[in-house]
Design a protein around this ligand. Structure first.
Ligand SMILES: [Zn+2]
Ligand SMILES: [Zn+2]
Length: 735
């Protein structure tokens, strides 16, 4: 009898012992069905022992070891242990998060996934001539299975309308068996990448590729800093080509699902013979499982060569990982905001180091933490200074002073003139505002009533077309009231601007223009975004109005004007990262102008044209912005010059959330060089009906912070709390 240590999906930072017969060392990393309380749950075997940890009670036996899928490899278990330790999150929950949904269910995956078929020994011994001519369907099936070792049921059913009964008959005859692997045949993964024409690199790109490929094998973290349009993707592609040629596998992380189909298509075009799988939240459970399994390959099938995915994909087991790329590494969507609050970028760096492979972090506006690492030699900096398209000059940036300009429907005269010129020249304009809906709030001019969300500390946004008020934080919705709920006044006015209002204003100003609005509301339908982008490319659109959705990754050669309306909110925010985000966003959206040969113009309407952030933006000078911002951070003792963790609490009343945090603070161990701040209400104190408060902890070194958090969390977990939900956020990005 052996003892299996099993990590179970419960909020307890420990494992549980079970007895098991026939337990081998290769069962570590496998899923196991175990009794837990009165239920059966799926856990992961993380170790094997001869003696139980605690011999005072009798161990329950493991119900079943699930061998239907490959076990989690050692390096993924190590990654889970690292995350559990660093983010102070229970190991069982980390592992549950890593496993695709289907593998967390108590039914074996084979019963849930689509069945696949393979020939038995008897079946393999058959030749087509052994079957009579009239058994045409069986002959077809046999031929197909001879050609391909394993085939999915759906693929076989397509061969003939009566394939179902033929399959049954062949199975009964003992020629076929159901194969456990739910992997349908994808592209052959044995061939080398194709040589689809790679464009010629410019000098900066060539230097970058040479540096990465010329570095000694093993872990090197690279920061590929390149302005928008400088051709970072081409650098990735050439490095990936080398990785594939050496038989390795590349893991590529991107911030947004919207970008994966585009990138997947580009990768597939470049590497037509390579097998590529994507992993993101738009996949259904069975696709996700299939792709996840393909990343590691099986005995019957080689692994995918390129794994492309969003945040969670950083945990994908890979058969032969030789390269990691994190594109747009500064993007906040790499940070998980609930459950285990991990940074996929940081986890990727750990993984690359552990796997001893290079990692490329790419961005036009690196996170200040990342840039700081590069300046201090912890990361190696590669810069792409010019635009990849020859002759493309960077856009000129001009500021329109809102204190002097008179606005017409939100537009200053120079901006209106500029749009007009573009229309006359048959070019396109993009107007950027980071707020969807018609107007951010409804106001009663009589008594000052504002449409507030009943469940959040936020305003209800006016959606005029739908005649609704909507909360963009919790989803609360109501009809636009006919009169003021507070004083009965009939004259309610939408205040401020959103994308819908801009669209309406543009229709008035330019009745002949073809206008397209791109925001989360207009792209809700599946494929809506890609259809819209098609229209822009086909030049069926003159003016684009949109949110940051438009800022990322899309190249429109005929777009020569970008207008930024109302970006001032980020200049003087309580969040110390707001200016960093604003700069990144503006530089990115400015980069949309003039990506082809036509040089572009960016017009920014602002009440603060002299702000230093705008001076840096004018020169497209990230380094200038970063130097200033880093100096400010250093003087204020903010990250990356300090290390933070945030204890967040949520309760029915603000008082109980704060009370919990105060008692948590009293449990904090004595520690030098650790600053425990007073609990405060969160920036958004009320969200979806819950009151939220937070407590910041700051340290001068990561090690000191980790040591403190370890002791603190242990004390806190032993502490009984009621009616409060709390979570620790290590390296928080919204404070
Ligand atoms: Zn009123
Ligand atoms: Zn709300």
């Amino acid at each position: 009898m052996k003892i299996a240590r099993v990590a179970v999906d419960v909020p307890l930072n420990t494992y549980f012992d079970y007895s098991a017969e026939h337990l081998g060392s290769d069962d570590v990393g496998r899923r196991a069905l175990v009794p837990f309380g009165r239920k059966l749950v799926v856990g992961v075997i993380i170790g094997i022992a001869d003696q139980p940890e605690n011999s005072s009670y009798t161990l329950k036996p493991i119900k079943e070891i699930l061998r239907d899928t490959p076990r989690l490899p050692k390096e993924i278990l190590k990654l889970a242990h690292f995350c559990s330790g660093y983010y102070h999150h229970p190991l069982g929950q980390v592992l549950a998060m890593i496993l695709p949904q289907r593998l967390r269910r108590t039914k074996a995956a084979r019963a849930l996934a689509e069945p696949c078929y393979a020939l038995t020994d008897t079946g393999r011994a058959l030749s087509l001539d052994d079957l009579p001519q009239r058994a045409a369907v069986k002959r077809k099936l046999l031929a197909a299975l001879q050609a391909q070792a394993t085939l999915a049921r759906s693929a076989l059913l397509q061969l003939s309308p009566s394939a179902g009964s033929a399959l049954r008959a062949m199975q009964q005859a003992g020629w076929l068996r159901e194969s456990a692997m739910p992997l349908s045949a994808t592209r052959s993964s044995t061939s080398l990448p194709g040589q689809a024409a790679a464009p010629e690199l410019n000098a900066d790109q060539q230097t970058a590729v040479d540096a990465i490929l010329g570095a000694p094998p093993g872990f090197t973290p690279w920061l590929l800093h390149g302005v928008t349009g400088s051709g970072k993707t081409e650098v990735y592609l050439q490095v990936i080509a080398q990785t594939l040629a050496r038989g390795g596998q590349a893991l590529v992380l991107v911030p947004e699902i919207n970008l994966t189909p585009q990138l997947e298509a580009r990768f597939q075009a470049r590497f037509p013979d390579a097998s590529i799988v994507s992993l993101h939240s738009n996949l259904n459970d069975s696709e996700r499982l299939k792709h996840w399994l393909l990343a590691q390959g099986t005995s019957s099938q080689g692994a995918a060569q390129i794994v492309l995915g969003t945040r969670l994909a950083v945990f994908t087991p890979c058969a032969n990982l030789q390269l990691i790329i994190v594109d747009e590494e500064h993007d906040s969507s790499f940070k998980q905001q609930d459950g285990m609050r991990y940074s996929a970028r940081d986890v990727a760096v750990f993984r690359a180091k552990d796997a001893n492979v290079p990692i490329i972090l790419g961005s036009a506006t690196p996170a200040l933490e990342t840039y700081h690492n590069a300046l201090h030699g912890r990361y190696r900096l590669l810069e792409l200074k010019g635009r990849a398209v020859r002759d493309a000059a960077p856009p000129t940036v001009r500021y329109l002073d809102l204190r002097r300009e008179k606005l017409l429907e939100g537009f200053s005269a120079p901006l209106i003139t500029a749009i007009k010129q573009r229309m006359q020249r048959g070019e396109q304009s993009l107007l950027f505002i980071n707020r969807r809906g018609f107007a951010p709030v409804l106001l009663c001019g009589e008594c000052g009533w504002l449409s507030g969300c009943p469940r959040c500390t936020s305003r209800l946004v006016v959606h005029l077309k739908e005649q609704r008020l909507r909360c963009h934080h919790c989803g609360h919705e109501e009809r636009i009231p006919r009169h003021c709920p507070s004083c009965g006044n009939l004259d309610l006015a939408p205040v401020g601007q959103g994308t819908q209002r801009l669209e309406a204003a543009l229709q008035k100003l330019f009745p002949e223009a073809r206008i397209l609005r791109v925001d989360r509301d207009s792209t809700r339908r599946k494929n809506a975004l890609s259809e819209m982008l098609e229209k822009v490319h086909a030049q069926e659109i003159d003016i684009l109005v949109g949110t940051q959705m438009l800022a990322k990754g899309h190249d429109f050669p005929k777009l020569t004007l970008v207008g930024v309306l109302n970006a001032d909110g980020g200049l003087y925010s309580a969040d110390f990262r707001a200016s960093e985000h604003l700069f990144a966003q503006l530089l990115q959206v400015a980069g949309r102008a003039g990506r082809a040969a036509d040089s572009g113009e960016v017009l920014v309407q602002t009440a603060f044209p002299d702000h230093p952030l705008f001076a840096a933006l004018q020169h497209g000078d990230y380094a200038q912005f970063a130097q200033t911002a880093l100096t400010e951070r250093e003087q204020a003792g903010l990250p990356p010059f300090s290390f933070q963790a945030m204890l967040r609490a949520e309760a029915a009343t603000l008082d109980s959330a704060l009370r919990f945090l105060r008692s948590a603070a009293s449990l904090a161990p004595e520690a030098k060089n650790i600053q425990v701040y007073d609990p405060v209400p969160a920036l958004m104190a009320r969200l979806a009906g819950n009151e939220r408060a937070q407590l910041l902890v700051e340290a001068r070194s990561r090690g000191a912070l980790q040591k403190f958090l370890g002791a603190w969390m242990e004390a806190l977990q032993a502490h009984k709390t009621r009616n409060v939900r709390w979570a620790l956020d290590v390296d928080p990005i919204d404070t």
